[in-house]
Design a binder for this molecule. Sequence first.
Ligand code: SAM
Length: 255
Amino acid sequence: MINSYQSLEANLHDVFWATEGPPAELPLMRSFLREHPGKSLEVGSGSGRLLLPLHREGFEVEGLESSAEMIDLCQTNSSGKSDVPLHLGSMDDWKSSSRYASLMIPAFTLQLSRDPAAALVRFADWLQDGGTLYMSTFTPLAEMLGELPAGEWYPDHQTELADGTLAVIHTRHQIDATEQILDREHRYEIFDKDGAILATHESRQQLRWFRREQWKQHLKAAGFRIEKQFADFKPQRKSLKEAIVVTTIARKIVG
Ligand SMILES: C[S@@+](CC[C@H](N)C(=O)[O-])C[C@H]1O[C@@H](n2cnc3c(N)ncnc32)[C@H](O)[C@@H]1O
């Protein structure tokens, strides 16, 4: 199954993000929510890595998530203290029964949509007039430039778990530069101290990417006006010329 976030991929999601250091998008989302108050929905809220801290800080946030396992993890991680509203559904067809003041789609999750341009149109529908959207996107430059080998398994990440076992991800990708689709297979493995495999899981992801001008057109077509953009999760980095990661804040235009 594509983009399904089950089994070891769900259980190890936060552990592997933690190897990158403190969550870079959390302060950005906090500032976004302060500047744009009101009920907000995180699309692809996963195990609550970003959603739960924001909810505990008192922001009025909800989560939309397509993986039942990730929703279960989020409920477990909230350990009964937090009753954050979670919706099981896909950004590709979910119907919202309320209108949000803002939407947040961090961690490049919009690129997991089977049609990000259509998802943006749907997002506009979930927002109040004048509502705002926070999204982060990336360009798979290493794959495009051939710095990572296509069609071959390569070691991607590894980290020691709290119980002393080792979690490892191997990745193999194919890239279609014409269709702008990156197809990635991940093999998750857990090894004990003697190197014996304790668990394994394979998953497949399809990510779509767009050039900056194309994102701009898709946002405009969905009824959004870009208000702010910056590179590499650093609000002071306004130049997007060399940017691999771009964060965009856009407003739904009224009328
Ligand atoms: C990269 S993870 C990010 C999770 C969370 N936002 C975070 O930063 O920790 C992407 C999440 O989006 C979910 N997802 C993937 N496709 C989705 C879809 N079509 N609709 C809703 N959620 C989706 C996955 O199950 C996964 O939990």
